[in-house]
Design a protein around this ligand. Sequence first.
Ligand SMILES: Cc1ncc(COP(=O)(O)O)c(C=O)c1O
Length: 402
Amino acid sequence: MDDQPISRRVSAIAAAKPFELLFGFFNEFDYAERRQRPGVLDFTFGDPHEMPSHAYVDALAASLTPENELWFAYKQNEPLAREAAAASLRRVIDLPFEADDIHLTTGGFAAIALAMKAVADPGDEVIYSLPPWFLYEALVLEAGLMPVKVRIDPATFDLDIDAIANAITPRTRVVIVCTPNNPTGRIYPAQTLERLATVLDEASTRIGRRVYLLSDEPYQRIVYDGGSPRSPLQFYPYSFLAYSYGKTLLAPGQRMSYLALPPTMPDRPAMRDAIQTLQIATGWVYPNAVLQHALPRLEELCFDIALFQRKRDRMVDALREIGYRVKRPEGSFYLFPESPIPDDGAFANILAELGVLVMPGRMFETPGFFRISLTATLETIEASLPRFAAAFAHATATAGAS
Ligand SMILES: Cc1ncc(COP(=O)(O)O)c(C=O)c1O
């Protein structure tokens, strides 16, 4: 008798390195307990550190009051919510998005999973670049797919298009790109996205099967220095866009996001039907009614980007002054500095001893770096700087002595 209660698929997800490291962060490192300790400064997850805005709470409260008897009925894609999302997407990305191509989901997680499952069959390969968002692998495995990882260019944090081209095989079905990037903060330049589109087009012809691009853009509106990034969708029509309100509104616990198809995608009616089928079959992954009713008002809100830019600049300048090597992110709300010693896990522990919590680069399969989330307040950033200096001095002195 096979008395193994847990499916092999779930066991494989739990055993995957990034997932194991994430669990380890909560279990062995005991993150949940540590972050509560007095005086601890937390730079780990992209969680809010301040109370939500009144405008945000008001938008949700207004949507609680029913306007008709179907207000809290089963929701799929509410037309008003879809139209508001499409209108805003038309402003952000210069393409005539249609409301019917917006598929509302319970967070970016669901949008990514739906896109992959809509086009890939078990055993197909999904390529993404390291450092990745640490849950791509879990979503890829859960869909029965194979993760294929390539490195970015460490000097520029830009995509390595040749590495992606070389990783494509006859089983490749999806390439995931995240810009503005978590964790590097890099926005991929138009020339890079153009080259990627050419490579994917040529590869599709060569292998006789379309390779789809999944553009994971939860940080699409979190851009500094007045930049206006191009979306991969503008270069390659066989693309999906995963967007999440959790970042723009700093409310990741309110699971609101969507998967959008560009108006340039061929065979859109079939793709719409496939996604609709999956949304039901994977567990009715539509956002709750309150969030859908609130979406037109939520679309008008965003956290204070200018404040985040000040936080970015203060942190980058101060870290550089201490001696850290760190690039100034162009978007998203993370910094990805180099660890002053090769063992980023040991360095994160030195910081933790000083009451500063960061994420070691190995959690992003990129040793030698660590991640800082700028969702921490300016006060937290100021308080942390002497500790970052002490950790740097301690780590480099110990490394020098050994
Ligand atoms: C790059 C990236 N993609 C997707 C997600 C998932 O977003 P959500 O919390 O809305 O599901 C995140 C969240 O941190 C992310 O950083």
